[in-house]
Design a protein. Structure first.
Lengths: 269, 309
């Protein structure tokens, strides 16, 4: 399955999952869907038959509220049955709203509280260096999440210890919980901020698969970690959800659900 | 205690290259022997405890046995959620080491008093909580937590603690250590205040009270069996900790006592009475101010017995 197909399926599953569960965060899931799709379709060295394979690449979704995107990707990759996605949020399910590894093959790390993923990914990258292992560590973080100081602690460490096996992808949709990032805590000069912390910066359209693919293939020979600033749109793919903070919380029901499915059908290739 | 911890950890790390020590930029003069001998198994992460604990989780999940080291509340309260979510929920093999339990850093002020850490760490599922009472227990505890898979919290004193056990006790995580039998009163002590407990026993003897004495280097899992046995043998169980009297070691013992039917035994919970210290003084001085010196421990026990007569 190519990345475009996987991205579409992640979006379609996510609409269904948040519809059935009456769950939140569909805007964030649609925002990050292309990043996750590229990683699982084209980048990660992983094996659904051997989820704990020692030399697997590690991926942490630090913005755990978009966990449905990971669950959908893992199911489509064969880590567990697709039918299980419909249990998301429900009593007795192993698929919690925020991504959890417990009993879920393929989930590397549980998150939900923001600002945790990058330090842990940094620890994984540091350990891999000490162990002379070649696998790569990817961590996907939200833009609002950058309000958490722990991210910046980890960035300083990753630069200092030359962790070029670490790639941070920022899902830069310019919105956070209550409103736009710019109206909350400004992220102006984001690229310069992170570059000044010693990272290589790749600034791209986070919904353009060619750009995403190319950025994951870009290598630098300066022993620095890399940060891909993926410019995205919250709610991408469903016009009435795009850039609308309401869809950080709202679950697609009734006519909105039908309209959302219909919008996705329009972009199906 | 911190020196015996470091010495013991060096021995462990020599034989296991997966052992890795992280410090939050503390341990000048203390950790030096470690970093000089084992530089590849040591990292100063800087003054960033949240990051240190997240990194520890990531390293542990990559096969390392990771020790995080700092003082007072910095390795625990400052990064509590990283301990909960990143380490404990993931069963990561992380050992959290605090130097300075209680009033060890007395004169430095309340920011450096670790006086709620036991209660808070004890409430986290999957976390073993250990507070050695002397150098012998500290050495044994350091060895024991290495062998214990998962998250352990080791609450140490600083320097200058005595070697109270005359011989190496049979140290097991989850087991109390009997120092002596007694009559009517038994004292359970956890952590570095063990020396005050010994002295309190000597004071009480002059009033014809000969207490039994146990140390509880492990607070979680608590030694239920010893508590219940003592409930059958003594009228008073005194719990002693250099910590808030709410939720800590005394609380752990109370939880066991409260579930036993037909008890004839009451507990005297001695600890800091739910306040922060703003008084300047060294550890010995502050213990006395807050009722934790040997004489005040003895007086508290005597007055309780007198009031019950």
């Amino acid at each position: 399955m190519n990345s475009e197909e996987l991205a579409w399926k992640i979006r379609r599953h996510a609409i269904e999952m948040t519809h059935l569960s009456k769950g939140s965060h569909i805007g964030s899931i649609l925002s990050v869907a292309d990043i996750i799709a590229i990683l699982y379709a084209d980048v990660l060295h992983i094996d659904p038959q051997n989820a704990q394979m020692e030399d697997r690449d590690r991926i942490i979704l630090s913005k755990g509220h978009a966990g449905a995107a990971i669950y959908a990707a893992l199911a489509e990759k064969g880590f567990f049955p697709i039918s299980e996605l419909s249990t998301h949020y429900s009593n007795g399910s192993r698929l919690s709203g925020h991504v959890s590894h417990k009993g879920v093959p393929g989930v590397e790390f549980s998150t939900g509280s923001l600002g945790h993923g990058l330090p842990v990914a940094t620890g994984m990258a540091y350990a891999a260096k000490l162990q002379h292992k070649k696998h790569h560590i990817y961590v996907v973080i939200g833009d609002g999440e950058l309000n958490e100081g722990s991210n910046w602690e980890a960035m300083m460490f990753a630069h200092h210890f030359k962790l070029d096996n670490l790639t941070v992808i920022i899902d830069y949709n310019k919105m956070q919980s209550l409103t736009f990032c710019e109206e909350t805590i400004s992220l102006k000069f984001l690229d310069e901020k992170i570059r000044s912390f010693g990272f290589n910066i790749i600034d791209i359209d986070g919904h353009n698969h060619d750009e995403l693919r190319k950025s994951f293939k870009t290598s630098f020979d300066n022993k620095s970690p890399t940060c891909i600033i993926a410019n995205t749109i919250k709610g991408e793919g469903i016009p009435f959800m795009e850039n609308n903070i309401l869809w950080h919380y709202r679950s697609p029901q009734g006519e909105e659900y039908i309209a959302a499915v219909s919008e996705l059908e329009k972009i199906k290739r | 205690m911190r020196d015996i911890f470091v010495k013991t950890l060096i021995d462990i790390a020599r034989s296991d290259e997966n052992v890795h020590l992280l410090t939050g930029d503390l341990g000048f003069g203390v950790l030096k022997p470690y970093w000089e001998e084992l530089p590849d198994q040591f990292t100063n992460v800087g003054i960033a405890e949240q990051n240190m604990t997240g990194i520890a989780a990531g390293m542990a999940l990559s096969g390392k046995v990771v020790y995080t080291y700092s003082i007072g509340n910095f390795p625990t309260l400052r990064c509590l959620e990283q301990i909960r979510n990143d380490c404990a929920y993931h069963d990561a093999n992380v050992k959290i080491v605090c130097v300075g339990g209680g009033f060890v850093y007395g004169a430095l002020g309340m920011s450096h008093h670790a006086t709620e850490d036991i209660a808070i760490m004890r409430a986290l599922p999957g976390v073993v909580v250990i507070a050695p009472g002397d150098l012998t227990e500290a050495e044994a505890a350091t060895k024991a937590i290495y062998k214990q898979q998962g998250v352990c919290y080791l609450r140490l004193g600083r320097g200058g603690e005595q070697r109270i056990h005359s011989e190496a006790p049979d140290f097991q995580i989850g087991r109390a250590i009997k120092i002596k039998n007694g009559l009517k009163v038994v004292i359970f002590s956890t952590g570095g205040i063990f020396d005050e407990a010994i002295e309190a026993c000597n004071i009480l003897k002059k009033s014809n009270i000969d207490p039994g004495l146990y140390t509880f280097p492990t607070i979680k899992p608590i030694d239920k069996q010893t508590i219940i046995e003592c409930m059958n043998s003594y009228d008073y169980i005194v719990t002693l900790e250099e910590h808030n009297y709410i939720g800590g070691f005394g609380g752990a013992v109370s939880e066991i006592i409260s579930e036993v039917k037909n008890r004839n035994c009451v507990q005297i919970r001695i600890g800091i009475e739910d306040i922060y210290s703003s008084i300047v003084g060294d550890q010995k001085y502050l213990r006395d101010v807050y009722g934790l010196s040997s004489s005040k421990i003895a007086n508290r026990i005597l007055s309780k017995i007198a009031s019950d007569c």
